[in-house]
Design a binder for this molecule. Structure first.
Ligand SMILES: NC(=O)c1ccc[n+]([C@@H]2O[C@H](COP(=O)([O-])OP(=O)(O)OC[C@H]3O[C@@H](n4cnc5c(N)ncnc54)[C@H](O)[C@@H]3O)[C@@H](O)[C@H]2O)c1
Length: 436
């Protein structure tokens, strides 16, 4: 393919070299004359193992040229990849000026180009940037329509400096977000030799995936450092601890606990998070990540409560009260906290949880339920009666599969807020999930 790459920095130079290695014709574009001169003579503008050799090979084989003439670059390529900086502003927001500038340049050339052109954002951009900045700017300067007259996509880059060429050749996945089918096909062909899943998503989803990955990586580093620091303070080698933690690929390093849903609860997690934070405090150790976990959990419960408030109704039913399906354990169930908030604000509340209802009559939890939360136990029903089916708003709390048929029996006008993810609620107006 003929590809122009805007921005010959860490990402752009590596992409240029790796795409040229695969036989693509690359035109590197940069506002820096020095970088253009270096790339054009096969020299790497950055320190990165193996890059010099690949660039030299690409230039010698006439797969790579470099220019500061963006018009020449767009007219002589089918795809433009944008790899310009997106640095932080002083307030933390993303500076999209470079993206805006380069879209103005590319758009003005698309205006006079007869053949189809595709613009792909490789820079890291916040969700909404392509829709709010890239597409309007390209359309304004080209006078053409995105998705129809020219293609638009995002293709976040996951390489790490110092192992960038290895990472390019061995990605965990290739993620693209596209506006139009042709762009998706072009990118799938471009990356067809990579032994990694090719994931084609909506543009905003792809934009968000990149942030989720980077923030997750940052969180992992901070978490491991906090655990290591607490461990050291109690004369334990944190590396030995984390080595074993990482051995568990079922719960620890896996997709388990990594799905948006409701707050955690139960008899272990809240208690243990509190205890470790308390110990860190006692040791005079700053562990802001661990110390803010309970706060984050509480904020999520508050979010659910606010969603109920925004629905402006009074008759609410909860499907599920125990912290997860298949147990009657109410200790630190976030749904008990939510129920108490709703009762406190005067909502007309009914709760269906067959396990809890059974336990309140027969089980070992009987005393706890009837003595500690009598205000809640009196609201429990054991079948989907009128108070459940006639509610104005139904909250799906835990993931008990039997709630599915109850949801099917609800009148169409009933609002549903799914806190667990039991329903596919994307398409129906009066159904929503807590974080999807
Ligand atoms: N560095 C990384 O490891 C990495 C990894 C993944 C994603 N990213 C993202 O990729 C983007 C680029 O990062 P980078 O580290 O390569 O940046 P960089 O600063 O190394 O390179 C950007 C280049 O763009 C050039 N440039 C600026 N405006 C231009 C214009 N109008 N036309 C042409 N060139 C222009 C600059 O002169 C510079 O050479 C950022 O959004 C970053 O967040 C970086």
């Amino acid at each position: 393919m003929n590809i122009s790459i805007f921005g010959m920095g860490y990402v752009g130079a590596v992409c240029a070299a790796c795409l040229a290695k695969r036989g693509n014709n690359i035109i590197g574009v940069d506002v820096s004359k020095d970088k253009v001169a270096m790339i054009g003579s096969g020299k790497s503008p950055i320190v990165e193992e193996g890059l010099d050799a690949l660039l030299t090979e690409g230039v010698n084989n006439q797969f790579i040229t470099a220019t500061s003439d963006y018009k020449h670059a767009v007219l002589n390529s089918d795809i433009s990849m944008i790899c310009v900086p997106t640095p932080s502003l002083r307030n933390g927001n993303l500076n999209t000026d470079y993206i805006h500038e380069v879209c103005k340049e590319i758009g003005s050339v698309i205006k006079e180009k007869n053949s189809r052109h595709t613009v792909v954002i490789r820079s890291t951009v916040l969700p909404g940037t392509v829709a709010e900045i890239v597409i309007p700017t390209l359309e304004q300067y080209s006078g053409k329509t995105a998705g129809k007259d020219f293609g638009v996509g995002v293709n976040p880059e996951f390489l790490r400096e110092s192992t960038a060429i290895y990472d390019y050749d061995n990605p965990p996945m290739t993620v693209v977000g596209v506006l139009d089918e042709i762009t998706g096909q072009q990118l799938e062909t471009l990356y067809s030799d990579l032994d990694a899943p090719f994931i084609c998503e909506d543009i905003a989803v792809a934009e968000m995936i990149k942030y989720s990955c980077n923030v997750w990586h940052a969180l992992k580093v901070s978490f491991a450092n906090e655990i290591g620091s607490i461990a050291k303070s109690v004369s334990v080698d944190g590396r030995r601890v984390m080595n074993v933690v990482c051995e568990d690929k079922k719960l620890n390093l896996s997709s388990y606990y990594m799905k948006p849903g409701f707050a955690f609860g139960g008899s272990c997690l809240p208690k243990d998070v509190r205890a470790l934070s308390y110990r860190a405090n006692q040791l005079d150790l700053a562990t802001p990540v661990i110390s803010s976990i309970m706060q984050s959990n509480d904020a999520h419960i508050e979010r659910a409560f606010n969603m109920v408030k925004e629905a402006s109704i009074k008759k609410v039913a909860m499907l599920g009260l125990s912290f997860k399906a298949g147990t009657d354990d109410l200790r630190e169930s976030p749904f008990v906290i939510l129920a108490e908030k709703l009762i406190g604000k005067g909502y007309d509340l009914s709760i269906l949880d067959r396990n809890v209802k059974y336990a309140s009559v027969h089980g070992s939890n009987k005393e706890y339920i009837n003595n500690h939360i009598p205000h809640i136990s009196s609201l429990l029903v054991d079948e989907p009666d009128e108070s459940i089916l006639g509610a104005e708003l139904v909250l799906v709390c835990n993931g008990d599969k039997s709630y599915q048929s109850i949801l099917e029996d609800l009148p169409a006008k009933t609002k549903v807020i799914d806190l667990h993810g039991l329903t596919d609620n994307q398409s129906e107006e009066n159904k929503q999930g807590i974080c999807w």
